[in-house]
Write a protein that binds this ligand. Structure first.
Ligand code: 13P
Length: 351
């Protein structure tokens, strides 16, 4: 039992409070630069800082977002008026999160598979982040579906690393977000995604138990059970995704875990909201945990597309960010409808 047991439990519950989700804005510099370059935005520290300020200072964001996951560069940055981002977040009631893995690297002897690194020195980094005000962390493992993969080597290795990370976080006072992502790349069918997600979650929870992780002080961030994006036969329906995802989670996730906060994984913003909504509207009463969002692209993209690196566009971009947060908040309580997308478009066109 950690000295932080009660604090961890309270933080985890606040992260998935009703109607709230988590905003992922922890893109590494490489990923952030790629997204900037696609829109012609200069890939500089100054523009990354300005963009993160835009997100964190969006008026009323905390109505829909409990916490935000930062990258190491971002947690050390400040707003243009010199207020540290950590202080700006505290002032707005947004819990500070931090990505602590150091990325998914090629897995030796396993072609096309990845292993996430970052355990070396992690105890010290957690202590530093806690002192800076962080109260939760994130570690993403990547599982790829393809011919003869994922291998047991990949699943077990990543599950072990996730559990070692989670235990260290709890020792140091950070709620671990445990993120095993089954990629939507390739052409697999939804059944194949189901079986891979099931295998992965079984391994992850076995390792979490072995490493004595307290389920009440963690959040699971899985991918949804979904058809591969290049499947020539098209995509499974929204209802099928919701049903199979919840079935897979109910088979694997202990009831004591306070919340499940999905990644969007490259789904469209509309699909990300519709899938989350269907899970809550149809199966919410069968779920012992909160089921919410921890999206990056599915929340940020409209704001980034509008901003384009230009300070004159900040206020309008913030409205777009807030609107996506609002729609996903509605989806997290089963109150989202496709008509809300039309209203969102009209509001965007009118402004
Ligand atoms: P996406 O929602 O864009 O998949 O990002 C979530 C995330 O944190 C990936 O690690």
């Amino acid at each position: 039992m950690s000295q932080y047991t009660q604090e961890l439990k309270a933080t985890a519950q606040s992260m998935v409070a009703p109607g709230k989700g988590i905003l992922a804005m922890d893109e590494s510099n490489g990923t952030c630069n790629k997204r900037f370059e696609a829109l012609g935005i200069p890939a500089t520290e100054d523009r990354r800082r300005a963009y993160r300020e835009l997100i964190l200072t969006t008026p009323n964001l905390s109505q829909y977002v409990s916490g935000a996951i930062l990258y190491d560069e971002t947690i050390r940055q400040s707003t243009a008026d010199g207020t540290p981002f950590t202080q700006a977040m505290k002032d707005r009631g947004i819990i500070i999160g931090i990505k602590v893995d150091t990325g998914a690297k090629d897995l030796t002897a396993c072609p096309d598979e990845k292993i996430t690194e970052g355990l070396d020195g992690l105890r010290d980094r957690i202590a530093e982040y806690y002192k800076m005000g962080a109260r939760f962390a994130k570690w993403r493992a990547v599982i790829t579906i393809g011919k003869d993969i994922p291998s047991a080597t990949c699943i077990e290795g990543n599950a072990h690393a996730l559990a070692r990370y989670a235990a260290l976080c709890q020792e140091g006072g950070l709620v671990p977000i445990v993120e095993p992502e089954v990629l939507i790349d390739h052409d697999h069918c939804i059944n194949s995604c189901y079986s891979t997600t099931d295998r992965t979650l079984q391994a992850v929870f076995a390792q979490l138990r072995l490493n004595k992780v307290d389920f009440e002080g963690m959040i699971l961030k899985p991918s949804m059970v979904i058809t591969g994006k290049n499947n020539p036969d098209g995509q499974a329906s929204v209802d099928e995704v919701a049903e199979m995802t919840i079935k897979c989670l109910r088979n694997n996730v202990p009831a004591t875990v306070p919340g499940i906060a999905f990644l969007s994984g490259g789904q469209s913003k509309e699909d990300s909201s519709a899938h989350l909504n269907a899970m809550n509207a149809k199966f919410g009463s069968q779920c012992p945990w909160s089921v919410t969002f921890s999206y990056a692209r599915a929340i940020q993209q409209p704001a980034l597309d509008y901003w384009k690196g230009d300070d004159a566009n900040v206020a309008e971009a913030q409205k777009r960010l807030l609107r996506r947060a609002e729609l996903n908040s509605a989806a997290s309580i089963g109150k989202y409808t496709a008509d809300m997308e039309k209203e969102a478009e009209l509001a965007g066109a009118a402004s």
